[in-house]
Design a protein around this ligand. Sequence first.
Ligand SMILES: [Zn+2]
Ligand SMILES: [Zn+2]
Length: 300
Amino acid sequence: MTLLTQSDIPSQAVPQSSEPDSSADRSSLDSHDLQAMAERPRRIVIVSTILLHVAPLLALYPPFFNWQAIGVAVVLYAMTIGLGISLGFHRMAAHRSFVVPKPLEYFFVMCGTLAGQGSVLGWVGYHRMHHLYTDQSKDPHDSHRGFWWSHLSWFMHEVPNEPERLRLTKDIASDRFYVFCHKYHTLLQVALGVLLYAWGGMPFVVWGVFVRLIVGFHSTFFVNSVCHMFGYRSHDTADTSTNNWWVALLTFGEGWHNNHHAVQSSARFGWNWWEIDMVWMVIRSLEKLGLATKVKTKRV
Ligand SMILES: [Zn+2]
Ligand SMILES: [Zn+2]
């Protein structure tokens, strides 16, 4: 059971004639096949994730510390997680909850690409699958499989619904800038690292890339794990989503996840006075400046 409707996913992404469970793509993969494929480990992803956790330890080496490097990391964290993932990949690209001019849209997509959470086409596709099949076996990070599965184990295994992901990202898969970011997301991260090295040496690389990536990595994935297990529920949605204040602080508003599951197309996630939603503040400011239009909000 899910609350996602055709209107919550851009119409170009989902052919009107095709319901998720009845498509020809899915007929070739029954639930047994999907389960078997989901058990296959993705070795490159596992090795990359281990390196992602080991590299930040360089920050413990005193010569790699300086306050300027911390400042660079904080600014890049806000840009890649706040503007990139929360505002760009999630509320703009995945849910189309507002529209901005193309140059600004591409800036947000680039910011999200530099968050190091895979390509924009993968991120958006898997997220749309999460909403379509929340807490079911076809949900890529089905929370019923446990905390660690929903937090990080899921993407260390084959995500079997590749035909479904492709089908759900048709609206952005033909955009050349999205495809560019999809193809070269790793190279772009390396390029950022080279620039930081030229600017401030190893301290900038260690803090601005390694530490920043690992904090952003777990902060974002807490939404998939913590926000389907711990926190309060304002809405009786047909899933396990929760609102969690500290995840919201780490992710600039994404932690109000039960509110989001209740009205997925809304650009605003925080509704009560204590539900601070910094990404919504940015979107509201863009709207006042005339840069964001068709902003979807719905009081819940
Ligand atoms: Zn969720
Ligand atoms: Zn969402």
